[in-house]
Write a protein that binds this ligand. Structure first.
Ligand code: AMP
Length: 432
């Protein structure tokens, strides 16, 4: 089967130019399957997780359709509404709208709670074509008369199952009751529990059902290794690893918030710029940490599983599991951060004797054994003495024969040039 290009999906030149600028060489499976239907005007029931390219799958057709019939953005009355469960996700979607729509003259706003509402109101008063919102703040602003939904032609409910988990379903129902009946609707969800299926039935008309499962692909594309060590050795292992400059945008996972703080403190003391994100941090602090990590100012993000949901940052060089998750699915989720949308990545796990059962569960779930890094003389390819690191974001220096460094390079190169190429063969060659 030949792979369709973005142009063959029916997207206009301005969008194609924007995708080109992002180095998106080919559509991901959900994009390939959803975009043609959405351009034709069908409703969509998409079963897809983050990392599949689902955001572009719904944002591109909306941008195209809005730009085909250009109208002025009406004060307070947006034409498209994208609902997201969290502020982080709303911001990410807003960034997608901005990036993909860079050559179009469409206005958008992102609104969410926990911050002052004045700038958001001002944007709405000026008028936007696309509104990305979390449910609570949206209802607030609707209640105050700053937003009306009677002009909505495109409605997206993203991460519907998470909306349910977070207790927003009631709000979603209130919001959908305010939408015009004549509209195009899209519902995306990683899973399809019965409540979501019911919600989809009430929101969508004859939807195209498109399901993509990135799990197997993601896991297969990631170079995974495990270090067997004692709990007390993990910190030293971490500093030794960070002496390697190719580890320049790394997410370290811990099981608890407390441990996340401790690891972040320790790394900062070791002059490795680190931020921790977890549920005890305020939304503002989490957002600042993510931004600084995204920009490359912070080298390491220490995260717990819950805080990491929805982190969408390109070019994460490595994921390190400082502690293995006790839920095997969490492992797949964690390592997926280093292999977004078809790119490969590297994931290292530290496994102390008490964590062996977790490792067994993980290997059972992913149906393969994770390569034992200790068998290849571990400390041979990582300098024993950590040296202060001069980090160079986006441009790791060539140095030595460190295997993990080369893997990091491959990941980035591959993402930029040939996202589809298998890197497993290459890394196997190196490990030999
Ligand atoms: P999403 O599943 O929408 O959260 O997207 C995950 C990541 O994939 C984002 O960082 C996007 O920038 C990236 N992405 C989306 N579509 C493509 C594509 N066709 N090629 C390369 N990267 C993509």
């Amino acid at each position: 089967m030949t792979e369709l290009t973005f142009a063959e999906l029916g997207l206009g030149q301005q969008l194609l130019d924007a995708l080109d600028a992002e180095n998106y060489t080919a559509p991901t499976p959900i994009q390939r399957r959803a975009i043609p239907f959405l351009l034709k005007g069908s409703d969509l029931l998409g079963i897809a997780q983050t990392g599949t390219g689902k955001t572009a799958a719904f944002v591109l057709p909306i941008l195209q359709k809005l730009s085909e019939k250009p109208t002025k953005a009406n004060p307070r009355r947006p034409q498209s509404l994208i609902l997201a469960p969290t502020r982080e996700l709303a911001i990410q979607i807003g960034e997608g709208v901005k990036t993909y729509g860079r050559n179009l003259h469409l206005r958008h706003a992102v609104i969410f709670g926990g911050v002052g509402q004045s700038p958001q109101i001002q944007k709405m008063v000026r008028g936007v074509h696309i509104l990305v919102a979390t449910p609570g703040r949206l209802l607030d602003l609707i209640g105050q008369g700053h937003i009306e939904l009677d002009n909505i032609s495109f409605f997206v409910l993203d991460e519907a199952d998470r909306m349910l988990d977070m207790g927003f379903i009631h709000d979603v129902r209130k919001i959908s009751a305010l939408l015009p009946r004549k509209r195009q609707s899209m519902l995306l969800s990683a899973t399809m529990p019965r409540d979501i299926a019911k919600l989809a039935e009430s929101l969508l008309k004859n939807p195209e059902r498109i399901e993509v499962s990135p799990k197997v692909v993601t896991v297969d594309r990631i170079d995974q290794r495990v270090y067997f060590c004692e709990s007390g050795e993990k910190r030293d292992l971490l500093t030794e690893i960070f002496a390697d400059e190719s580890f320049y945008r790394v997410i370290v996972f811990t099981r608890t918030k407390h441990r996340a703080n401790r690891v972040a403190e320790f790394l900062n003391k070791s002059k490795i710029s680190t931020e921790a994100i977890h549920g005890n941090k305020s939304q503002g602090a989490r957002q600042r940490a993510l931004e600084s990590f995204r920009k490359g100012d912070t080298r390491v993000l220490v995260a717990t599983d819950i805080a990491a949901r929805g982190i969408d940052i390109d070019d994460v060089t490595h994921v390190i599991n400082f502690e293995l998750p006790n839920e095997p699915e969490g492992y797949v989720h964690r390592i997926g951060r280093t292999a977004r949308a078809g790119a490969g990545g590297v994931a290292l796990s530290f496994c102390s004797p008490d964590e062996r059962p977790f490792l067994r569960d993980i290997e059972r779930l992913i149906k393969r054994e994770i390569a034992n890094e200790n068998e290849r003389p571990l400390l041979d390819h990582i300098p024993k003495k950590p040296k202060p690191v001069q980090r160079q974001p986006h441009k790791p220096e060539q140095s030595g024969r460190r295997i993990a460094k080369k893997q990091g390079d491959n990941q980035i190169q591959e993402k930029r040039s040939k996202p589809g190429r298998s890197r497993r063969r290459r890394s196997r060659g190196k490990a030999a």
